[in-house]
Design a protein around this ligand. Structure first.
Ligand SMILES: [Zn+2]
Ligand SMILES: [Zn+2]
Length: 624
């Protein structure tokens, strides 16, 4: 049974979707071979596979997948033809009444109740059809592949509870998911990728490596960076800061809250309230309303319309930076002004959407706001893109594309003149073309106040990660009445560029954990070297070695446990420490260290000074 889409839409089903949908018929056939009473409801292709919803007393568990798959393989081997037949409404209803539709034979006393309902949903005058393979006949609009032999490269993935057409009142069904590909190789590649993704999951690695923690008592979506995670973040921030310094940015710090008036001016409040934490009312307002026995609605309305003052956890850093810019007079000669901050912002995400570091409620953006003349926009945007290029190439992420989000000229949701929009869009397009990477233009995807550039990075296993943006804004400078004195001695309105190219430190670090599978390059690794004394006898030398490395600025620890050296090496490897230095009697005597790398075997003995020189060079150059 396929989705009742229009004929046109069904014909647009890709070949792969057609194959996967056909597999859901084969899966239903296999289930019926084992459990002939199963009642099938609905089985469309979905992203990455297909499912079928059904009802039966027996609950399928994952350890039965193999049995069902074996049955599916038999049906594929049988090479049954998918035959289409047009039914009159009366015939279709009779076949459903007898239990024949969605079954292998008539099933007296077990009518096809979901099929009956689906027949009722087919509009009068539309053709009703069924497809048969072997003994299985299903109500279906198609399309299918020709024969079941095409359906041999399948794998069942998971089983879960579902509801008939999403309607909870109709009782719970079982939903069995599978995936299928045209070839064995493609299926194996897909399964290998899933396995790889599971191994790299930053939530799992973050826990194992002690990088971060999310604590129910602190709050969902609020990331606690543990000491090791904080070291990774610090190394990353230092790197980005160095690049910002080179590009003439000025660093600022701003508080985590601001007055509601500020956000009324910027337009963030009372709009977008559903994506923010609720406003914080001032104490005297609360006391006054309590005295008056006023309702919550009075408070909320009063905060929204400005009767009462209050504060907002900042959803954006822009208004604070704007007030910094506005605190001094500016001449065209000091533009551009580039204000950067690792600024923490808070957004209210639905709790169902939260997970790990990638969907959070509080996060620190690698934020900056550039205030420039209209003539400087293209060059400034190009500068932003250069920085992204530098950071991504240092991290070995050379596969990325860019999305240019433009306004929909038909829509009226955008603020600002159409002349300004044209200018901004042209500047972004010009800058993107200097990147030399693939880019697409998306009409109608711009923010209400300006067009933007988004980055999508492909990680090592080929998954897309959406990072941050570069955005041109002709609107906020007007709202805040910003100005600078031009060469003509007249006041002019600056253009503002918002950029947070890596999105947030949380999301970016989550990406890096998965990209490197926790094996950070040495410069990013929370622990760069672990010193391993072979026994108590070489402990003093090991301590001295550790001190010397720490003196050289290396993040180093020592393993003082009574474990055997083999076990110490295993532990350090498991914790993904790049370098292990083994200190035995010989090393203690001649001032060398026996070097091991987590990914390579024994690198042999080196004088300690030589090792330190090589290592600090590797860290300084941020080698991969
Ligand atoms: Zn079908
Ligand atoms: Zn901004």
């Amino acid at each position: 049974m396929n989705d009742r889409k229009t004929l046109d839409e069904r014909q647009q089903m890709t070949d792969l979707e057609r194959l996967r949908h056909s597999c859901s018929h084969v899966m239903a056939t296999a289930i019926l071979h084992i459990w002939p009473d199963a009642q099938f409801a609905y089985g469309p292709p979905v992203e990455n596979g297909f499912y079928y919803d059904f009802d039966m007393p027996h609950r399928i568990t994952p350890d039965e997948f193999e049995k069902i798959e074996a049955e599916m393989r038999k049906i594929a081997k049988d090479n049954q033809k998918f035959e289409r037949r047009v039914l009159t409404r009366a015939d279709a209803q009779a076949m459903a009444e007898s239990g024949r539709l969605g079954g292998l034979a008539d099933r007296p006393g077990n009518p096809s109740r979901f099929k009956l309902d689906l027949i009722d949903k087919i509009p009068e005058g539309e053709e009703i059809s069924c497809f048969q393979n072997g003994d299985f006949i299903d109500l279906c609009a198609g399309p299918h592949v020709g024969y079941t032999s095409k359906c041999k490269n399948v794998k069942l993935m998971s089983v879960s509870a579902s509801f008939y057409l999403g309607d909870e009142s109709k009782g719970q069904l079982q939903r069995l998911y599978g995936t299928a590909f045209e070839s064995k190789e493609l299926l194996e590649e897909h399964l290998r990728r899933l396995e790889e993704a599971k191994k790299r999951d930053h939530r799992k690695l973050g826990r194992e490596m002690g990088l971060f923690h999310i604590d129910e008592m602190v709050g969902q979506g609020l990331v606690l960076w543990k000491p090791k995670g904080a070291l990774v973040r610090r190394a990353l921030q230092e790197f980005i800061t160095e690049e910002l310094d080179k590009q003439g940015y000025s660093q600022v710090f701003t508080p985590h809250i601001g007055k509601l008036d500020l956000y009324r001016m910027s337009g963030h409040f009372p709009y977008y309230q559903e994506s923010q934490y609720p406003a914080i009312a001032e104490r005297d307002v609360l006391e006054k309303l309590a005295d008056e026995d006023a309702s919550c609605a009075t408070l909320i309305n009063g905060l929204s319309d400005g009767t009462y003052e209050g504060y907002l956890l900042k959803p954006m850093n822009c208004p604070h930076h704007i007030r910094i810019f506005a605190s001094d007079p500016h001449s065209y000669r000091d533009l551009p002004v580039r204000l950067a901050e690792f600024g923490t912002v808070y957004r209210w995400e639905q709790s169902g959407e939260l997970g790990g570091m990638t969907r959070v409620r509080g996060f620190t953006q690698d934020d900056a706001h550039l205030f420039c003349t209209p003539e400087q926009v293209a060059a400034e945007v190009t500068g932003c893109l250069d920085l992204v290029k530098k950071v991504l190439s240092t991290l070995g992420m050379n596969d990325y594309r860019v999305r240019l989000s433009l306004r929909d000229p038909e829509s009226d949701k955008y603020v600002g003149s159409s002349e300004n929009w044209d200018k901004a869009e042209a500047s972004l397009r010009e800058a993107v073309q200097t990147l030399g990477c693939e880019y697409t233009e998306e009409i109608g995807e711009a923010a209400f106040y300006g067009p933007k550039i988004d980055f999508v990075v492909k990680d090592v296993i080929g998954r897309d990660w959406q990072l941050g943006t570069v955005q041109v804004d002709y609107n906020l400078p007007v709202r805040f009445g910003l100005s600078y004195v031009g060469a003509d001695n007249q006041p002019h309105i600056p253009v503002m560029i918002h950029r947070a190219p890596f999105g947030s430190m949380e999301r970016f670090t989550g990406l890096l954990i998965e990209h490197f599978e926790g094996k950070f390059p040495t410069w990013l690794a929370p622990e760069q070297v672990r010193v391993l004394p072979i026994s108590e006898k070489t402990l003093d030398t090991a301590e001295a070695t550790t001190a010397k490395l720490a003196d050289a600025g290396v993040r180093v620890t020592i393993d003082r446990s009574p474990d055997k050296i083999g076990a110490k090496i295993r532990t350090a490897r498991l914790e993904r420490v790049p370098y292990m230095l083994v200190i035995g009697a010989r090393e203690a005597e001649d001032g060398t260290v026996s070097v091991r790398h987590r990914d390579h075997d024994d690198l042999g003995a080196k004088p300690l000074d030589q090792f330190i020189a090589d290592l600090t060079q590797e860290i300084r150059s941020r080698s991969l």
